[in-house]
Design a protein around this ligand. Sequence first.
Ligand code: NAG
Ligand code: NAG
Ligand code: NAG
Length: 376
Amino acid sequence: MACKTASYVLVALCLLGLAAKDAAEATQLVPAVFVFGDSTVDVGNNNYLNSTKQARANYPKHGVDFTGSTPTGRFSNGFNLADQLAQLLGFPMSPPAYLSLTAKTIVSQMYQGINFASGGSGLADKTGLLGAGEVIPMSLQVQYFSKVVAMMQKLSGSKRTKTLLSKSVFLISTGSNDLFEYSLSGGDGDDGEFLLGFVAAYRSYVRALYRLGARKFSVVSITPLGCTPSQRARRLSEGGTRGCYGPINTLSLRTYSMLAASLRDLADELPGMAYSLSDSFAMVSFIFANPRTNAWSNQTATNTRFTELESGCCGSGPFGALGCDETAPLCDNRDDHLFWDANHPTQAASAIAAQTLFAGNRTFVSPINVRELALL
Ligand SMILES: *[C@@H]1O[C@H](CO)[C@@H](O)[C@H](O)[C@H]1NC(C)=O
Ligand SMILES: *[C@@H]1O[C@H](CO)[C@@H](O)[C@H](O)[C@H]1NC(C)=O
Ligand SMILES: *[C@@H]1O[C@H](CO)[C@@H](O)[C@H](O)[C@H]1NC(C)=O
């Protein structure tokens, strides 16, 4: 808005505009949210890459429950975890995908946050390349963020940049694709060695973000990956039996305590660092055990009752695990399904995850939840 023009009408409009902006900011618990990770939080970055079919979420069925029923690059029927956590923090949805921004729009957007996540990506640079084609690995996501920080410093000075970043939430949801690939490649290496590398990479990215100014981290740990439709189908085809695929569940479970110890050490070492780590394994296990209750979440805020815990809503074949593309069948009752497709939760399931990250008790999120983190 051309606020410098000396017209009374314009001045009044400018004041209104500023008041609206203040009101919006008053409901936000933090100035900005920056998002890193994989398809669990991607909001469209992959649509700008030369990714393969399975690493894209731009088929008509994606976003069937999104405003206008349009695919947006989210691996969901509607909002994903990044959107719903951002909403609880007072934003309309996740900040936009980094690759969707232009030289102009990035300048107005960066003070409110940006989403760098890329479906198929992981902690290792090679993760995703085979199945997903081009992805943005964590190392490049952090590099993109460093460009944004440099731009902010140039335009607003290093002091204001530092203040803004130190108050913002940095959401990280990554690592599942590293585990999937390790497991699919036979997982025959030394699991202990693989897991040490996994946690060392995680630590290096948290440290790199800290060096760039991040202080408040919301870290989403690995869910029981063996219970996704894709891994149930894998067990069925490999062994002929139904159930979760055990070996990858064991790996998923082991990452949690290693990640928890690693973040504890980092917070001891790095002044001003604070974090909120979800125990996503415990969260999802709780849903499997109690699909019809939500005692562990906010009773009044959600009424979800899952009746389909094994099959994806969009997809054909056993457990609907063959991919959600143009021709895949779609279920009617999305809110009854835990899984949207072979590997991703429905909007209803990520709503529960977001609420638990935000306001959950210490069994599911520790040492503090995201609301407490935001208010620090
Ligand atoms: C996209 O990737 C495919 C293989 O995955 C490759 O053959 C093709 O040349 C790539 N296209 C571009 C524009 O990079
Ligand atoms: C958190 O809530 C769950 C479900 O209600 C309960 O089983 C668990 O004991 C609670 N944990 C803590 C630390 O209060
Ligand atoms: C639960 O949700 C209600 C309604 O949205 C809200 O007023 C209340 O503060 C929430 N409680 C917690 C513990 O988050």
